[in-house]
Ligand binder design. Sequence first.
Ligand code: ATP
Length: 367
Amino acid sequence: MSDLAARPKGHRLDMDGIRVRYGQSLAVNDVTLTVQPGEILALLGPSGCGKTTLLRTVAGFIQAEAGRVLVDGAPVDHLPPGKRGVGIVFQSYALFPHMSAAQNVAYGLEARGQPKADIGRRVEAALAAVRMEGFAERRPRALSGGQQQRVALARALAIEPSILLLDEPFAALDRALRLDLQLEIKRLQRRFGVTAVLVTHDQDEAMSMADRMAVMRGGRVEQVDAPATVYDAPATPFVAGFVGTSNRLHGRVEARQGADYRVRLDVGASVTVASARGFAVGERVLLCARPEHLTLRDAGTEAPDSWPARLRLSLPLGPAVVHDVEAGSTELKLHAARHGPPPEPGPVRIALLPSALPALFPIGDAA
Ligand code: ATP
């Protein structure tokens, strides 16, 4: 697909102070994000947090009440969707049912007034790029969901978009097809250096597809970082709970030494946690520990840094094991490497691994 490969690599997208309102309710509340040339940015968040509204604003289907959309530094707010240089792939493939795969791909090029001779060549190249060259004459109803989505992707790429917008493109596909298409899109996106924004509520998808992810809640961005950073150092308790599993333990700061805080947990143990945030001695805090931050100890090994609990169930998961534990009214999940048969349910003690770096938040953030 020489046409696309020859393009300059990637364009920069800026969302600058975007605000969108439906009636009285703010769907997108002052969002500022930059997508670097050639980067995939995932917009991740629960249903209704404003992901699709933000994407549609970038596409030009929705007019923002405030803020600007810029491509390579130039505002595009005054341009209709067809003139913004964006290619869009929707959840529902949105192919024209009465047109063949090739006609569907050609449609966007024709609408943009491309010379006829060029169109055939580009349609062929786009279908080949998504490995659908053998299906050019098929109507959408004679294609599987995954194949239809490949055609939709070919249609989006054929116009050589500056920015590729992906609105839950895998949501309607079963797991195997989804993985297939995720790999395919990532491969094509890398090959062509297209800048992309991916809307998803699936954290695994965001983790595996995106260079960075913006975690949204209630119309705002709570954190934007590389997936590993979001997981290892969540900016808020919401992010800690939404991305990956978090065990929430309340406590009070007992002492501080530099960046190390001694925290007395309500479950009955004192642990030491490093944090870049500043806390006062006596302050109530929330500790969010990943399942792999905690470890099981024998019920007999009483130590001030561990607390009593009851093992309810251990589930072997390949080479790992997940322990389901309760400590008073607090439910905990632990994740560990599996050595031998899983332990029997009953009394245990729980401790924070010395190497663990759990996140510590002021209790006011704990909502
Ligand atoms: P989902 O994952 O369910 O698609 P989302 O994060 O994409 O959700 P949006 O579809 O952007 O969220 O919706 C954001 C908020 O705006 C929601 O509260 C939603 O109910 C509301 N909303 C969306 N579209 C409209 C509309 N056309 N009219 C009124 N309110 C709307």
